[in-house]
Design a binder for this molecule. Structure first.
Ligand code: GLN
Length: 203
């Protein structure tokens, strides 16, 4: 069942959740900042924003003390397993990955991808680049990379949606979408629209 105006939850422990909220509101959705486990029960999809993946893993263990029955990462994993559409941008894509090269940091480990953090080195290598994303149309997309990771390997059920010579920028495994760049900081709405499209095609 598709709602005319879905409620998009945006994990708001840390990172650029406000930018995502604004974008979804522009597209006619209700956007809710999610900080507590119980809030996951009243959303139609979840976004894991950009930020710092090592910081959010620590924050989640602090937050979990408030939600004693089930920590928010455990609850997110359960909801994803139940089919909740989820989209991770940059840090969010790191949280989704089963493998993070050379790191044992906390993660959801729900998507069959290997990711390399800070693949472009220091902040000064952050950049905007036009990339091809065939599923959203022929026009190139202005992809903003901010201390971005890169997806270096994918499992058999993962569809690669955008890639370059340096690796994979966007991929999907069933209800899980990952982009290593930040569509929430540019005017182009097509990646947000693509994600909203998943809400109708997956259910
Ligand atoms: N470099 C960050 C990390 O490794 C991700 C950066 C971002 O989300 N823009 O967690």
């Amino acid at each position: 069942m598709t709602k005319a105006s879905p409620t998009i939850g945006i994990l708001a422990l840390q990172g650029d959740f406000k930018e995502h909220a604004r974008k979804f509101q522009q597209l006619g959705c209700k956007a809710v900042e999610v900080r507590r486990t119980y809030q996951l029960e009243s959303i139609d999809a979840l976004v894991l924003p950009g930020g710092e993946s090592t910081a959010i893993a620590i924050l989640e263990s602090v937050e979990t003390e408030f939600d004693q029955k089930e920590g928010i990462f455990d609850a997110i994993k359960r909801k994803i397993g139940e089919g909740l559409p989820v989209w991770g941008t940059c840090m969010g894509s790191i949280l989704l990955a089963k493998e993070i090269e050379g790191s044992a940091q906390g993660r959801l480990a729900v998507m069959d991808i290997t990711i390399r953090r800070n693949a472009y080195g220091a902040q000064r290598w952050s950049a905007e680049r036009e990339i091809a994303i065939p599923v959203i149309g022929d026009e190139p997309f202005p992809a903003v990379f901010i201390r971005a990771p890169i997806i270096t390997a994918t499992g058999p059920n993962v569809k690669i949606l955008a890639r370059g010579e340096d690796g994979i920028y966007m991929a999907r495994e069933r209800n899980i979408l990952a982009t290593v760049f930040h569509p929430e900081v540019v005017a182009d709405r097509r990646v947000h629209e693509y994600f909203l499209g998943l809400l109708t095609t997956l259910t």
